[in-house]
Design a protein around this ligand. Structure first.
Ligand SMILES: Cc1cc2nc3c(=O)[nH]c(=O)nc-3n(C[C@H](O)[C@H](O)[C@H](O)COP(=O)(O)OP(=O)(O)OC[C@H]3O[C@@H](n4cnc5c(N)ncnc54)[C@H](O)[C@@H]3O)c2cc1C
Length: 374
């Protein structure tokens, strides 16, 4: 990077978004519930009678990011169980058609298994389809137990490598700069856990944007666009013979008695709260404002909230609210846009709406140093 004699970036400003936004236009606002699990995401197997159930849910604000890595762990667990039990049956049931179910199904097919996906919501209606799509580990609890940390390192390495290998192949994945005012903990955690996986962050004495005279950081990470990625996974699975069955399960007994498959992969996200009676699951709502697509914007930006330019929209988000109400509030989305426009000097500065939430045990869940939460 070019610096002047004071060490200040000589980069000229990058383009500013057009913040024109009418929250009452159809499709202008979106809300989704992150499947947050208070102790840690769940990735383990249990034998129930003659069935193996592998759980893969509770990935909070990082499910897209971790998906391929968790899918690889699911595949390995199923393979090990098959070898140990000398199983020849090929039928597998995957519960859930979000990113966790679709990626797990993809890698199980590679074992030569016959996969059926059961879902209550089809892929384009899932939380996964609504996600922003930055490759970062946000709003995710994980166990600090040594073996679990090693597992997460494997997941991150595998997921990043697979996403990176799919750039330019129609999966909606690209490598992007992310500028942020404060250190972005969702990316910092990757640097801490797997040093060298992502390019090093760069400290900038001034962020190269209109309205900014503050220092910040430039990260290099991936953007995974769910409106491209999720339908692509679904198409590929169907082309490889996977059947999708619309079926809502009421509880674990319903799953175990009604399915004939002896291997069941539980990727039901927030649904696992009721389905598997998991009281550690907590819905964290995120609201997004969807602005018109702006191909001249080629960077992600974060300052409490975030701005992600994608092919379908420029999205502005970052709110975190503990509620099971999945509806959006147009006025809240308008505030999000006003806030972001203020950060770029396009409007008078206003505070970020409803960013911080509190854990039921009254601990602050969102680190106050966070610049981005997803
Ligand atoms: C606003 C927002 C922004 C986000 N941004 C990012 C981001 O930038 N990066 C990132 O990595 N992550 C992000 N996330 C998080 C990410 O979306 C989730 O972690 C991820 O989508 C979880 O995937 P999943 O497959 O577990 O769940 P889901 O996508 O919710 O899929 C669950 C599936 O299980 C099915 N199911 C549930 N219960 C039942 C039942 N009883 N019977 C039958 N089927 C059932 C559902 O119908 C659905 O098909 C964001 C989330 C939100 C809300």
């Amino acid at each position: 990077m070019l610096l002047d004699e004071r060490g200040v970036s000589t980069l000229s400003n990058l383009p500013t978004a057009d913040f024109t936004f009418d929250p009452y236009q159809p499709g202008a606002c979106v809300a989704g519930l992150r499947p947050y699990r208070t102790k840690s995401y769940r990735l383990d197997g249990e034998e129930l009678g003659d069935k193996l159930v592998v759980h893969n849910y509770g990935h909070g604000g990082g499910g897209i990011t971790l998906s391929w890595g968790c899918a690889a762990k699911v595949r390995d667990m199923v393979l090990r169980h098959r070898i140990q039990n000398e199983t020849t049956e090929r039928e597998v049931a995957v519960l859930g058609a979000g990113v966790m179910g679709l990626t797990a199904a993809t890698l199980l097919l590679d074992l030569g298994l016959d996969v059926t996906i059961y879902f209550d919501r089809k892929p384009v209606e899932t939380t996964s389809y609504k996600a922003g799509g930055q490759w970062a580990v946000s709003l995710l609890e994980y166990s600090k137990d040594f073996a679990k940390v090693q597992e997460l390192q494997y997941i991150l390495r595998t997921a990043y490598t697979m996403f990176k290998a799919s750039i330019g192949k129609g999966f909606g994945v690209s490598e992007v700069d992310n500028y942020s005012v404060n250190a972005t903990s969702g990316i910092e955690v990757v640097h801490d856990l797997v040093p060298g996986l992502l390019p090093q962050r760069e400290y900038l004495k001034r962020l190269p944007f209109e309205g900014h005279d503050t220092s910040g950081y430039r990260y290099r990470t991936l953007l995974v666009e769910p409106p491209i990625f999720i339908p692509r996974l679904e198409r590929d699975l169907k082309a490889r013979g996977v059947t999708f069955v619309n079926r809502r399960f009421i509880n674990s007994a319903d799953v175990l008695t009604s399915l004939t498959q002896k291997t069941i992969i539980n990727c039901t996200g927030l649904g696992a709260k009721d389905l598997w009676n998991d009281s550690d699951m907590l819905p964290l709502r995120g609201q997004l404002a969807m602005l018109r697509p702006q191909p001249n914007l080629e960077y992600l930006y974060g300052q409490n909230g975030y701005l992600f330019p994608r092919n379908d929209h420029v999205i502005i988000g970052g709110t975190v609210e503990e509620t099971c109400d999945e509806t959006f509030d147009p006025e809240r989305c308008r505030e999000l846009v006003e806030y972001m426009a203020g950060a770029f000097g396009q409007r008078p500065p206003v505070p970020m709406p409803e960013f911080h939430i509190h854990h039921p045990r009254n601990e602050r869940l969102v680190d106050p140093r966070l610049s981005i939460s997803l």
